[in-house]
Design a protein around this ligand. Structure first.
Ligand code: HXC
Ligand code: NAP
Length: 293
C-alpha cells in the first residue's frame, strides 16, 4: 500500500491549536507531531531526552514550516509536568490538546521482574498519563477553557491482557479506565477524552524492546494480522489528527482500535482455520454434511 500524498483532513484543520505530545521526540509521537504541524497546529514535544527532542523539533520545523517547542520532562514526576505546562503557556499562551503517548515497555517472563521493574513501567505509562491529564485538566477547568481534548495511546492488550508484557498490560488497562471515566466526569467542562489502541506499527523504540535481535524474523508481526501487514504511521496519524480535532467533537470516551484486525484474530475460537488449505474445504464440507447420514 502506498502512502497517500496528503493527510485525510483538509489543510488548516488544526489552525490556531496548540497540542502537547508526550513521547513526541520519537516513533509514533514524532509522526503525530509532523501530521499536526502540517494541519496548522503548534506543537510541544516532550520526553526525557532534550537532545533527541531538539533534533526532532529542528527536523519537523524544516519539513513543515511549523513551530515546535521541545521541553524535557519525565512524566513520572508531577513537578516536571507542572513545569511543562508553564513552559507551554509561556510560549503559546494556551493549550488545546494533550496526547499521552510516552511509554516504557520490555518483554520479560513476569517471574523475572522486580517490583521496581513494575513500578517503572506503571510509573511511565499510567502515572505519566495521570500526571499530565491531571495538570492540564485542572488548568483548563480553573480557566473555564472548553473544547479541549485528551488523546491517550493505549494498546489492544489493555482489555485482553498479555503475558510477557504484564506491567505494560496493567498500566495500559489503567489508561483505558482513565479514558472512559474522565470522558464522563469532565465532559461538563468541555473536555473530551478518547484513546487509540494501535496494533503493530514499526518503531525503533518498540521493536528494539519487544522484538530484539533475531526475534524480529522469528515472530513476524505481519503474520498475526488478518490484513497481512503491519500499520503505516500515516494511518495512525490521520486517526489521531481527527480525534484531536474539532471534527470529532461528538466522540467522547471512545477507544479506536487500529490493528488490521489483529486482536480479534487472536480472540475468535476458530480463527486457526485460516491455516486450512483452500483446496481442503470441499473435502471438509463433504465430511461435515456427511454427518447427517
Ligand atoms: C527485566 C528489567 C528489564 C528487562 C529493565 N528492567 N529492563 N527487568 N528485564 N529487560 C528493570 C531494571 O532492572 C530495574 O529494576 C527497573 O526495570 C527499571 O529499569 P531502568 O533501566 O533503571 O529504568 P529506566 O532507565 O527508567 O528505563 C525505562 C525502560 C526503558 C522502560 C526500562 O526501556 C526505556 O527508557 N523505555 C522508553 C521507551 C520504550 O520503552 N518504548 C517502547 C514503547 S512500546 P531493578 O529492580 O533492577 O532496579 C509499547 C508498545 C505496546 O509500549 C504494544 C506493542 C504491540
Ligand atoms: P517509542 O518511540 O519508544 O516512544 C516512547 C516515547 O516515550 C519515547 O519518545 C520516550 O522518550 C518517551 N518516554 C519514555 N519514558 C518517558 C518518561 N518517563 N517521561 C517522558 N517521556 C518518556 O515507541 P512508540 O512505538 O512510538 O510508542 C508510542 C506509543 O504507542 C506508546 O504509548 C506505545 O505504548 C504505543 N503503542 C505502540 C505500538 C507499536 O507497535 N509501536 C503498539 C501499541 C501501542 P525518552 O526515552 O526520551 O524519554
Amino acid at each position: 500500500m502506498m502512502e497517500p500524498a496528503q493527510g485525510m483532513l483538509r489543510d488548516g484543520a488544526l489552525d490556531g491549536k496548540t497540542i502537547v505530545i508526550t513521547g513526541g521526540g520519537t516513533g509514533l509521537g514524532r509522526s503525530m507531531a509532523g501530521a499536526f504541524l502540517r494541519l496548522g497546529a503548534k506543537v510541544c514535544i516532550t520526553s526525557r531526552k532534550l537532545d533527541v527532542l531538539k533534533a526532532t523539533a529542528a527536523e519537523l520545523e524544516k519539513a513543515t514550516g511549523g513551530t515546535v517547542l521541545p521541553v524535557a520532562c519525565d512524566v513520572r514526576k508531577w513537578q516536571d509536568v507542572d513545569r511543562l505546562l508553564e513552559e507551554v503557556l509561556t510560549a503559546f499562551g494556551h493549550v488545546d490538546g494533550l496526547v499521552n503517548d510516552a511509554a516504557g515497555n520490555f518483554i520479560s517472563p513476569t517471574e523475572r521482574l522486580s517490583p521496581k521493574a513494575f513500578e517503572t513501567i506503571i510509573g511511565i505509562v499510567l502515572m505519566g498519563t495521570v500526571n499530565c491529564t491531571l495538570a492540564f485538566g485542572k488548568h483548563w477547568i480553573a480557566k473555564g477553557e472548553r473544547d479541549r481534548t485528551v488523546l491517550n495511546i493505549t494498546t489492544t492488550y489493555a482489555w485482553t491482557g498479555s503475558g510477557y508484557v504484564v506491567p505494560s498490560a496493567c498500566a495500559k488497562a489503567g489508561v483505558l479506565a482513565l479514558t472512559r471515566s474522565l470522558a464522563v466526569e469532565w465532559a461538563k467542562y468541555g473536555i473530551r477524552t478518547n484513546a487509540i489502541a494501535p496494533g503493530p506499527f514499526p518503531t525503533k523504540g518498540a521493536w528494539q524492546r519487544l522484538l530484539p535481535g533475531e526475534m524480529v524474523e522469528r515472530f513476524d508481526m505481519a503474520k498475526r494480522v488478518p490484513l497481512g501487514r503491519v500499520g503505516m504511521h500515516h494511518e495512525l496519524t490521520d486517526l489521531a489528527s481527527y480525534l484531536i480535532s474539532p471534527y470529532s467533537g461528538y466522540i467522547n470516551g471512545e477507544v479506536v482500535t487500529i490493528d488490521g484486525g489483529e486482536w480479534l484474530k487472536g480472540a475468535g475460537q476458530f480463527n486457526m482455520l485460516e491455516m486450512v488449505e483452500p483446496a481442503m474445504w470441499d473435502t471438509i464440507e463433504r465430511m461435515v454434511r456427511g454427518t447427517k447420514a
